[in-house]
Design a protein around this ligand. Structure first.
Ligand SMILES: C[S@@+](CC[C@H](N)C(=O)[O-])C[C@H]1O[C@@H](n2cnc3c(N)ncnc32)[C@H](O)[C@@H]1O
Length: 384
């Protein structure tokens, strides 16, 4: 057994021991080792921000060690436009953390013979695992980036499985292969494309990372009903996936000129709302899905920071001085965004701080909304 295969066996044993890998998936993980899918050039955090290339040929041992760590690996930056001699800025493809991959496959609850559509082929590893478990004829995977799709086809062929890899926009699903028993997205959405619901048979499951402008969100598991609607609960709020290409949002920049803003103070620390508790930031995001936010550290390298919120022509900021108990607030524009955020947080607190798993998503042809506990209790609504 090669060193790489031995490491894969150890990874599979660790996932099994941790209760993360169902027995029925073990043979697929053993047959489709991760190192066959990770490209020779991967990207790691660079000093001073961004990402720097790590080439397999420069240090094969470090490459292999990275492949078999339980972590995500960046496999493409800037849609492939940045050469591996320069610093990358935006992560545009990655291979997910093995324990997350195993967990998502477990949530899918597949049975023999089921047909699956995957959105976001990336390296092809997840498609390979599904093809090994269900048969290559039952797996279709869609990748928007033609270079990545071709690279995945080659890795899959080298590994001895040939699921169908479609180059295209996964937001449209893949009508040609419908109906599916399962749809799994490995890029996140702010709204579930209705095509996924339309292409899933009644009783089928859609598993997708879902997020807001405010929060990375959570994995949602929807079941499609006889009337072409889908609903279900959020099952894991620790996942953070890159957005579907069309759902990417530019990173908002704080304004240079703060004149004209209304000033006040607050006793609510921004960390309580957006950092300390994933349940809180999920709930605030569900309540205010179009509000984006950003933490900006003080230039002096100390612990002071400013929390920023943005929506349309409105912005708000909260200046946090380390050790203070009240913080200066500035709000500008038609919406008082910090007041809205504070009200959303107090709403969540007033409900006794419900965990993300009590929230669900309902998706209809023309609209979708997040609910708390039951479908008739919406917390936000948006047009599809
Ligand atoms: C986290 S990676 C997927 C990891 C992959 N499942 C694997 O096993 O390596 C997300 C992928 O989604 C792709 N993607 C983004 N937007 C897409 C879209 N609209 N349609 C299809 N794929 C998309 C990205 O190019 C990226 O490769």
């Amino acid at each position: 057994m090669s060193d790489a295969d031995a490491r894969n066996r150890r990874l599979v044993d660790d996932l099994t021991a941790a209760g993360l890998l169902p027995d029925r998936w073990r043979p697929a993980f053993l047959a489709m080792p991760r190192h066959r899918f990770v490209p020779d050039v991967i990207w790691a955090d660079a000093d001073g921000g961004g990402f720097t290339a790590r080439r397999r040929r420069d240090d094969p041992a470090v490459w292999l060690e990275t492949v078999y760590r339980d972590g995500p690996i960046v496999t493409q930056v800037d849609d492939g436009a940045t050469p591996d001699t320069e610093t990358g800025r935006l992560v545009t493809s990655s291979i997910s953390k093995p324990s997350i991959v195993a967990g998502m496959l477990a949530y899918l609850q597949v049975e023999d013979g089921m047909r699956i559509l995957e959105i976001g082929t990336g390296t092809g590893w997840n498609a390979a695992l599904m093809a090994a478990r269900l048969g290559e004829q039952n797996v279709i995977t869609v990748e928007v980036d033609a270079v990545l799709a071709e690279r995945a086809r080659k890795a899959l062929a080298d590994a001895g499985v040939l699921p169908t890899v479609v180059t295209g926009d996964g937001a449209e699903g893949h009508a040609h292969g419908a109906p599916y028993d399962r749809v799994i997205a490995t890029a996140s959405v702010q709204e579930v494309p209705y095509s996924w619901v339309a292409q899933t048979r009644p009783g089928g499951v859609i598993l997708a990372p879902w997020g807001t402008a405010f929060d990375d969100g959570a994995l949602v598991r929807l079941v499609v009903d006889e009337n072409g609607a889908a609903y279900g609960r959020f099952v894991d709020n620790t996942v953070a996936f890159m957005r579907l290409r069309a759902h990417r949002a530019p990173r908002p920049e704080p304004p240079v000129d703060l004149a004209g803003a209304a000033e006040s103070t607050t006793a609510l620390h921004p960390d309580a709302v957006a950092w300390d508790d994933l349940n809180a930031s999920f709930a605030v995001g569900a309540r205010l899905p179009d509000v984006s936010r950003r933490f900006v550290d003080a230039d002096d390298g100390g612990d002071d920071f400013t929390f920023w919120a943005f929506a349309g022509a409105s912005w708000a900021c909260v200046e946090v001085a380390d050790g203070a108990s009240r913080y200066k607030v500035r709000q500008y524009g038609p919406r008082a965004l910090w007041s809205e955020i504070e009200a959303a947080y107090r709403w969540w607190e007033g409900l006794d701080r419900p965990e993300t798993g009590r929230f669900g998503l309902a998706v209809f042809r023309d609209h979708q909304y997040v609910y708390l506990d039951s479908l008739d209790n919406p917390v936000s609504s948006s047009a599809a």
